[in-house]
Write a protein that binds this ligand. Structure first.
Ligand code: SF4
Length: 258
């Protein structure tokens, strides 16, 4: 093992980043700049006092400390989830695709230890980089932000072309994927947005999606980093606010949950 990765947090006992109890490794670096980002310190070029370099071995050892919890956290999963129900390790960020070599070595080291792996990703990377890393992960938690290209650029700073191309190639290779949609007020939370998103997923034959209602975790961090924040004081969303939105996905045959 030789690669090192720039990591800004390793969070233990997470219950929201894949099945079971998980350790989440937050990679610094993201090619997107979503207005609502809850980890703006992870985006490229941002200063981040907490980030430091970790070797693969060091990261692996931290993850292995909780092996017992991964093994014992088997439990019910959201409907339609993959059969695996224990815990494991999730690469998050930022986006692990920005540190390909480190991500790959870490994933392979975890696999050797029979630890389940997941990766939260925006899917924005050259196809060969995306696939090389995606292939080494057990479960992709793949974010879709908008179906409309122009609106995608407005919200995230990049087109969704490459993202959808990578998603399509992962589907063709039968990758285990859970689509996750951050639902952001004024950006993609209208019923028309739900119809566009549901239609997009249905056209790709995707059968399940998790909705992530907007929260305000990013507000303080934007302030601390001196970054403009367009969602200041915008009320958070809750599952009960999005029932109609969710029904539109169900109507397209997509198993949609929170
Ligand atoms: S893709 Fe995720 S980490 Fe990257 S800017 Fe958007 S919300 Fe933040």
């Amino acid at each position: 093992m030789s690669a090192s990765g720039l990591i800004f947090n390793i969070q233990k006992f997470s219950l929201h980043d894949g099945p079971g109890i998980r350790t989440v490794v937050f990679f610094k670096g993201c090619p997107l700049s979503c207005h609502w980002c809850s980890n703006p310190e992870s985006q490229n070029g941002r200063t981040c006092e907490d980030a430091r370099w970790y070797t693969v071995e060091e990261t692996l050892n931290i993850c292995l400390e909780d092996r017992l919890f991964y093994e014992e956290s088997a439990g019910p999963l959201p409907p339609g989830s993959p059969e695996y129900s224990g815990g494991g390790v999730t690469l998050s960020g930022g986006d692990a695709l920005t540190q390909r070599e480190f991500a790959l070595e870490l994933l392979r080291a975890l696999k050797k230890e029979s630890i389940h792996t997941a990766m939260e990703t925006a899917g924005y990377a050259p196809p060969e980089v995306f696939w090389e890393v995606a292939e080494a992960v057990d479960l992709l938690l793949f974010d879709i932000k908008h179906y409309d290209e122009q609106r995608h650029v407005e919200g995230t700073g990049v087109s969704n072309d490459l993202i959808l191309g990578n998603l399509q190639s992962a589907l063709e290779r039968n990758k285990n994927i859970l689509i996750r949609i951050p639902v952001i007020p004024g950006y993609n939370n209208s019923n028309e947005d739900a119809r566009g998103l549901a239609y997009l997923l249905a056209s790709m034959d995707l059968k399940r999606a998790q909705l992530l209602p907007f929260h305000q975790f990013g507000e303080k961090k934007h302030e601390l980093l001196g970054l403009p924040y367009t969602l200041k004081k915008v009320p958070q969303l809750h599952p009960e606010d999005l029932e109609e939105f969710r029904q539109i996905f169900l109507g397209q045959g997509i198993d949609c949950f929170f």
